[in-house]
Design a protein around this ligand. Structure first.
Ligand code: UD1
Ligand code: MG
Length: 460
């Protein structure tokens, strides 16, 4: 039997008060609509249709290329009108699952259950009981025993008695495709909002004798919609707590799950500890025994076993990635950029920036330094204030530093340049030529003497 998945994403989202189409606002680093599509990706659908309208081009560009078909709805005359636009695109003869682009955390399990319950011949509504149902469409039951679903009545059209009903429609349903096409063709807009309500098809199904099934979810988080910045922030925190809980169940020790943010995927080995206020983005891997200090931001990086990332460290591997070797000590206040590849037991201290550079085992740059486009050998000691001058204004050049080289403080290594194994560079040197292995190189500017000045002394 065929399956269509339709995601409604044409609405404006006036209350977000931003220039961005509502469904492109981000939750945990991904657009709301991307969550919906991701959470239903495992369903074996014959067609995946996204209804766009407000900001259609932006929405289509943001989520395109994922086997999706876009159907434009112009103007937006209601959810029933939205589904009317999809009729020619629906694959005949099976089930159509309808979702909202602004309800991002709907689970794969629930959507699968709705599709199964529908079986291509029943109308299945996902419902929930809210303590405060204000604003939602109410599930009206009646008939024999009073339990049969009779209709959905929108809040604005509901009587006082109906407004006291707490069971609400979540905006998510699975319908028999052929009947759905027929029903949406019969909708009118004689209601409080002058809209074509998709929810009016429930009474039509009842009138035709099609069985209407309510599936009640207990999980509020999966059906919460985003209509305002406040709702977006609340849903973000709920989702982060769910992710934190999953990690802690797997044994990761989070100092405070309410101060943890994961915007992507985080895989952790055994015995990993993460202090407060850390943000992980993209794909991050932490090896066994890793410790992450407070206030670190880590994106697209791999951290080796037993490495310590001290407080306030910023690691962003971007597309190239960044890696930290086993037992390395990084930070506090270190910055690792794309292509930083640090070997085992490397030490990178405060205010040190590393970009597109490989550091071999045991190399150290402990204070105030820059290593860009460099290959650094084992046990190198790279002094405070030293930099690789890797950019001549047009091109980048490499600096090669052999094993056991000692670079003093405040050196400028003008690339391309090679320092042979065991070389020593005197503090304050500007190195423009290669230095042979074992050599001492001192290259300082002229000495400046200011006469008549004497240093103040203690006690005088
Ligand atoms: C809808 C339901 C209501 C339910 C609630 C759950 C209807 C008539 N009502 O109400 O019963 O309790 O969701 O959140 O369906 N959209 C379009 N085109 C349109 C109008 C809306 O694509 O012309 C999209 C919106 O972008 C949104 C979704 O449909 O993703 C729901 O629309 P919204 O206006 O939020 O419906 P509600 O009034 O919340
Ligand atoms: Mg809504």
């Amino acid at each position: 039997m065929s399956l269509n998945i339709v995601v409604m994403a044409a609405g404006k989202g006036t209350r977000m008060k931003s220039g961005l189409p509502k469904v492109l606002h981000k939750l945990a680093g991904r657009a709301l609509l991307q969550h919906v599509l991701g959470n239903t990706a495992a369903l074996d659908a014959d067609a995946r249709i996204v209804i766009t309208g407000h900001g259609a081009e932006q929405v289509e560009a943001a989520v395109g290329g994922e086997g999706l078909r876009f159907v434009r709805q112009e103007p937006q005359l209601g959810t029933g009108h939205a589904i009317q636009q999809t009729v020619p695109a629906l694959v005949a003869g099976g089930t159509t699952l309808i979702l909202s682009g602004d309800t991002p955390l709907i689970s794969t399990a629930t959507t699968r259950a709705l599709v199964e319950a529908c079986g291509g011949d029943k109308l299945v509504l996902l419902t929930i009981e809210y303590a405060d149902p204000t604003g939602y469409g109410r599930i009206v039951r009646g008939g024999d025993g009073g339990e049969q679903i009779k209709a959905i009545v929108e809040h604005k059209d509901a009587s006082d008695a109906q407004r006291r009903l707490r069971e609400c429609y979540t905006g998510i349903m699975a319908a028999p495709t052929e009947a759905l096409k027929r029903w949406v063709g019969q909708l009118n807009n004689n209601n409080a909002q002058g809209e074509y309500y998709l929810t009016d098809i429930v009474a039509m199904a009842v009138a035709e004798g099609v069985s209407v099934v309510g599936v009640k979810t207990q999980d509020e988080t999966e059906v919460l919609g985003v209509n305002s910045p406040s709702q977006l922030a609340q849903l973000e925190r709920r989702f982060q707590l769910v992710q934190a809980e999953t990690l802690m169940t797997a044994g990761v020790r989070l100092a405070d799950p309410s101060r943890f943010d994961l915007r992507g995927t985080l895989s952790c080995g055994k015995d990993v500890e993460i202090d407060v206020n850390c943000v992980f983005e993209g794909h991050v891997t932490l090896g066994d025994g890793v410790r992450i200090g407070a206030n670190c931001v880590i994106r697209n990086a791999t951290i080796g076993a037993n490495a310590r990332i001290h407080e306030f460290t910023h690691i962003d591997g971007e597309a190239a990635g960044a890696s930290v070797g086993e037992g390395a000590l990084i930070g506090p206040f270190a910055r690792l950029r794309p292509g930083a590849q640090l070997g085992a037991e490397v030490h990178i201290g405060n205010f040190v920036e590393v970009k597109n550079s490989t550091l071999a085992k045991g190399a150290k740059a402990n204070h105030l330094a820059y290593l860009g486009d460099a290959t650094v050998g084992e046990r190198v000691n790279y002094g405070a204030g030293s930099i690789t001058a890797n950019y001549d204004g047009a091109n980048k050049h490499r600096t090669t530093i052999g094993a056991d080289v000692h670079v003093g403080s405040n050196c400028v290594l003008v690339a391309p340049v090679t320092l042979g194994d065991g070389a020593t560079i005197g503090g304050g040197s500007t190195i423009t030529k290669d230095v042979a292995p074992g050599q001492l190189a001192v290259a300082r500017g002229r000495q400046t003497v200011i006469s008549g000045w004497s240093r103040p002394r203690k006690g005088k």
